[in-house]
Write a protein that binds this ligand. Structure first.
Ligand code: GLU
Length: 494
């Protein structure tokens, strides 16, 4: 049987380094085995998914040269490759599961489920569905359906015993069924959830090896069960370790840039980034740290992946990127720097801000330095402001980041509207609110217009600079973060 692997990102945000990491191992393994690598878009969360995010993910993977053999943009014999275009397939499978007794209709109200959860929490139990609707008779179910009662479809989970499956990297894993919730497979609006879609698609698309992040291990029992109910053969499973920050915590955008575009925009070479990702949990048999994608593909041995969380250390990546840069010929170096700096959209935008502020050409570079290069180092005093306390400045940097993260378009006028609105709901004068943002972004008190600069730099670089300013002020403790979360929710919900 020919090997088929897949990466299945959800298009719900900016392209994530984790997606590139998973895609790299899946692609390399398929290629090594003469198989196919599939890109599938898991847009099961319709409210959070967007076309823009999908395009950005595809572009980011292409920038890394992680191309696919089948996918939503190029088609293939197992399509369509977007969940949203396969709804009929899931519906048919959900019905089959209901008929065979592997799933059941649940009419419980939100109120009952909330009470149940509270009661379980009170008893310090893990909240989960109690199987109430399993007791409904066929005629009762029919009557309630005929009456048009809203309901979901849930997976039937055994009450006793363990689910045992093999992860090829970790060995045998056993999880008591008691810990597994009767997962909703189809929501009350008729939309399927990830667990139903992913299992059905992996089977129908002929996937033979599933390589994905370790955060999915706990979902395996649900998947094993669905496969059993259908009588399908389960794939070989490999759960790759989660990438970690240097302090060993799970890599998150609050501590480390996790967006692929951050690395592109700072001028990392895609081949160096791929090389570095290939060393996450895996090493060349001869321990050499610099190697090409072709060498990786040739030497990859999945069994040698270590489950211990690899640290994604930017200093190490800088070192490796430097090795790649020094290996370029002068001509290649020139071409690549120019194509990086001369990204036409960016240049056009910069030129439009710059021209009216320029009297001589030698004023150009100093003005755009922070847009093309690193920000000048700043310290606490630079971020100080006469009418804002340090607490205010931290809050402004954090709330501005949240505002930008939820921006639906990335245009300076809309960025301006959104940030002004945040200033207003938080009770700050716009002039005060933008002052620390200005310094955090440009390292100066006077710079090109703020909102245009944010547009040019993009979300990832902007976020990284705001975060670095937060760190300069001593960071935000978990306790403070929780307080800010609460305040943000209250402010944005009213
Ligand atoms: N859509 C899931 C994600 O974005 C994929 C999980 C899987 O590979 O099964 O992580």
């Amino acid at each position: 049987m020919s090997v088929r692997t897949r990466v299945a990102p959800s298009p719900t945000g900016t392209p994530h380094l984790g997606t590139a990491y998973i895609a790299l191992f899946n692609k390399a393994y398929a290629e090594q085995q003469g198989g196919d690598f599939i890109l599938r878009i898991e847009d099961s969360d319709a409210a959070r998914s967007s076309k823009q995010s999908e395009t950005d993910i595809l572009d980011a993977l292409k920038w890394l040269d992680l191309s696919w053999d089948e996918g939503p943009d190029i088609g293939g014999s197992y399509g369509p490759y977007r969940i949203s275009e396969r709804l009929r397939i899931y519906e048919a499978h959900a019905n089959e599961l209901i008929q065979s007794g592997g799933a059941f209709r649940c009419f419980c109200s939100q109120e009952r489920l909330d009470d149940l959860r509270r009661e379980q929490q009170r008893r310090s139990e893990t909240p989960k569905y109690d199987g109430h609707c399993l007791a409904l008779s066929a005629s009762e179910i029919q009557r309630r359906m005929d009456a048009g009662e809203s309901h979901v479809v849930r997976l039937r989970v055994p009450e006793t015993g363990d689910c045992t499956f093999t992860d090829q990297i970790r060995g045998e894993i056993s999880i008591p069924w008691q810990q597994i919730d009767m997962q909703v497979l189809v929501k009350s609006d008729g939309f399927p959830t990830y667990h139903l879609c992913a299992t059905v698609d992996d089977h129908l698309m002929g996937i033979t090896h599933i390589l994905r992040g370790e955060e999915w291990i706990s979902s395996c029992p649900k998947h094993v069960l669905i496969y059993d109910y259908f009588g399908w053969q389960f794939q070989e499973l490999f759960h790759l370790p989660l990438l970690r920050n240097t302090d060993q915590s799970k890599m998150s955008k609050r501590k480390n840039p996790t967006g692929i575009n951050y690395y592109r925009d700072r001028g990392y070479l895609p081949e160096a980034l791929l090389n570095y990702l290939a060393t996450m949990g895996w090493s060349m048999p001869d321990e050499r740290e610099q190697f090409s994608y072709a060498q990786f593909t040739e030497n990859l041995d999945l069994i040698r992946i270590s489950p211990r969380g690899p640290v994604f250390d930017i200093e190490k990546l800088d070192w490796l990127n430097g090795c790649y840069i020094r290996d370029l010929s002068n001509d290649e170096f020139q071409t690549r720097v120019v194509s990086w700096a001369g990204n036409s959209e960016r240049v056009e935008k910069i030129v439009s801000m710059l021209q009216e502020r320029t009297e001589r050409f030698d004023q150009v570079l100093p003005q755009v330095e922070y847009l093309l290069g690193d920000r000048k180092p700043i310290d606490k005093e630079d971020l100080a402001h006469t009418s804002l306390s340090e607490e205010d400045v931290l809050k402004i940097l954090d709330f501005a980041t949240r505002t930008l993260e939820s921006a639906s378009t990335w245009r300076s006028d809309e960025i301006g509207v959104a940030l002004r609105q945040t200033a207003e709901i938080c009770g700050y004068k716009v002039r005060d609110f933008v002052a620390p943002l200005f310094v955090a972004l440009s390292g100066r008190k006077v710079a090109l217009p703020l909102f245009d600069s944010i547009e040019v730099l993009g979300l990832e670089l902007t976020r990284a600079r705001f975060r670095s300013a937060i760190e300069i002020l001593g960071g935000i403790s978990n306790k403070k973060l929780k307080k800010l979360d609460k305040e943000w929710t209250t402010l944005t919900q009213t």
